[in-house]
Ligand binder design. Structure first.
Ligand SMILES: NC(=O)c1ccc[n+]([C@@H]2O[C@H](COP(=O)([O-])OP(=O)(O)OC[C@H]3O[C@@H](n4cnc5c(N)ncnc54)[C@H](OP(=O)(O)O)[C@@H]3O)[C@@H](O)[C@H]2O)c1
Length: 474
């Protein structure tokens, strides 16, 4: 019997579609699931799409793979992934590869990679973005793990990934947890992107007084320009949709409490550990959190504030477009800063421009804009921030007045715009000659003798605040 080139265990929506994608590309694929009904259903429904080798047991599954074995795990992240690894690893041999395509925490991936490396097994933590449609038609794929394993896996993964201008949206990100780290930050950026779009909608609705269908048209227009992206495109679709049961705009009948699965939170937690300011992503995570605190919101509903009377004039939509573009640049600059810091911390040597390249297709944040980021890193791979790239600096410079006007309008009308506000504050913080951090240092020295450095000479100093206030070297 012929062997399978690759196998997928875990055949819920993602695994099933990934297996179909592999089969459709002519790769014989072994398929297995803890509950074998899913395996049978896959072969029954889609067996005609390619060569599937169904397996009932882990032993059969492993036996049906050509060597070195390529085994993809697509199960629920966390404990289930460990359980599946524990089940399969004893059946494998040195040189075999386990690909974890789930949304694992990169720290778990580092742990698993180290443990399996000792047994000679390559563990390839792989970020896969694009949801179930992407898994079937071509996702953006972010594989970590050893360079050696990428040699054996890369061609297969590139084959089934999305392509933009003929370039696969898949590249070897770096060793051990690098792939899952980059996928995590991708999701964090996705949170920020969605939040900024949501704020744009809210402002157009309440400051400009537009109806959802009119706002859908605004987004459609934006999607023909520099903001062109999957998220802007689907925003127009959602806003134009009418609820069949009530005849109301769909957006008005959906409960305004956003949910989250955890990768946004991880992005912020990791950024805190690395000391990287990612306010745009953090505010997006917090905005979802605030929305979900129903009792808190109910208790505070009557607090005083301005009424949301629409006051903005006809140019307001253009101002929001500029504020959105500028804030989006900030959010991406912060996300890329986090990848840069993670890469330095863990010695991953990640090519930042390549990350922008593989996010151009297949994934949720796919956008024309990413070509600009790729170009920025091509021009200067060591740039400390995307904000100083010529194109982005000019765009943000041009947006100045509009950005400030939009944030001010939001504040005046009592429309929460945490994403726009934090992006502008970050921008102003970076460009400031002096920050009030000097005062913070003074306070810290006062109450905790934490010392400070001076602008005019080297060394650390402490002022004797409780005594005669002379300064001493620390
Ligand atoms: N859904 C998306 O859009 C998306 C996008 C990117 C990444 N991901 C990631 O891809 C992975 C798969 O996602 P999904 O939505 O397809 O499935 P899921 O709902 O996260 O997981 C269901 C699958 O996990 C298996 N499973 C759970 N516990 C197990 C255990 N202890 N031992 C063996 N198998 C176990 C289930 O097997 P049974 O059938 O036997 O219950 C089923 O095949 C997840 O890590 C997810 O975070 C999902």
């Amino acid at each position: 019997m012929h062997k399978a080139r690759i196998g997928v265990t875990g055949l819920a929506v993602m695994g099933r579609n990934l297996a179909r994608n592999l089969a459709r590309h002519g790769h014989p694929v072994a398929v297995h699931n803890r509950t074998s009904a899913r395996t049978k259903a896959l072969v029954e429904e889609f067996g005609g799409e390619g060569t599937f080798l169904p397996a009932e047991t882990p032993e059969q599954f492993v036996e049906s793979l050509e060597r070195p074995r390529r085994l993809v795990i697509m199960v629920k992240a966390g404990g289930p992934t460990d359980a599946v690894i524990d089940e399969f690893a004893p059946l494998l041999e040195p040189g075999d590869m386990i690909v974890d395509g789930g949304n694992a925490n990169f720290a778990d991936t580092r742990r698993r990679e180290a443990a399996l490396r000792e047994r000679g097994i390559h563990f390839v933590g792989t970020g896969i973005s694009g949801g179930e449609e992407g898994a079937l038609h071509g996702p953006s794929i972010m594989p970590g793990g050893s360079a050696e394993s990428y040699e054996a896996l890369g061609p297969l993964l590139e084959d089934i990934s999305a392509k933009v201008d003929g370039t696969p949206c898949c590249v070897h990100v770096g060793p051990d947890g690098a792939g899952h780290f980059v996928k995590m930050v991708h999701n964090g950026i996705e949170y920020a992107d969605m939040q900024l779009i949501a704020e744009s909608y809210d402002l157009l609705r309440h400051a400009a007084g537009l109806a959802p269908a009119e706002i859908a048209e605004v987004f459609r227009t934006w999607n023909t320009g520099r903001l062109e992206s999957y998220l802007i495109e689907i925003t127009a679709e959602v806003l134009a949709h009418t609820d069949a049961a009530t005849g109301k705009p769909f957006v008005d009948v959906v409960l305004d409490q956003a949910e989250q699965k955890g990768t946004g939170r991880w992005t912020v937690q990791t950024a805190l550990d690395l000391g990287v300011p990612v306010g745009g992503i953090a505010e997006a995570v917090f905005a979802r959190s605030v929305s979900g605190h129903a009792a808190l919101r109910e208790a505070a509903r009557g607090l005083p504030g301005p009424s949301r009377t629409a006051v903005a004039g006809s140019g307001f939509a253009d101002a929001v477009e500029k504020a959105l573009y500028a804030s989006k640049i900030v959010a991406y600059a912060q996300g890329f800063h986090e990848i840069q810091a993670g890469s330095a911390e863990y010695g991953w040597n990640i090519d930042l421009g390549a990350m922008a390249t593989i996010w151009r297709g297949g994934c949720i944040i796919r956008a024309r804009f990413l070509d600009r980021i790729r170009a920025a890193y091509e021009a200067d791979p060591e740039t400390p921030t995307l904000l100083t790239d010529d194109h982005f600096a000019e765009a943000v410079g041009d947006a100045q007045d509009a950005w400030r006007e939009v944030v001010a309008t939001a504040a005046r009308l009592g429309i929460p715009a945490p994403g726009f506000s934090t992006a502008l504050a970050y921008y102003d913080s970076l460009r400031a000659d002096r920050l009030p951090a000097a005062l913070t240092q003074g306070q810290r020295d006062f109450f905790g003798a934490h010392t400070y450095r001076r602008t005019d000479r080297d060394g650390s100093f402490h002022t004797l605040w409780g005594g005669d206030r002379t300064e001493v070297g620390a």
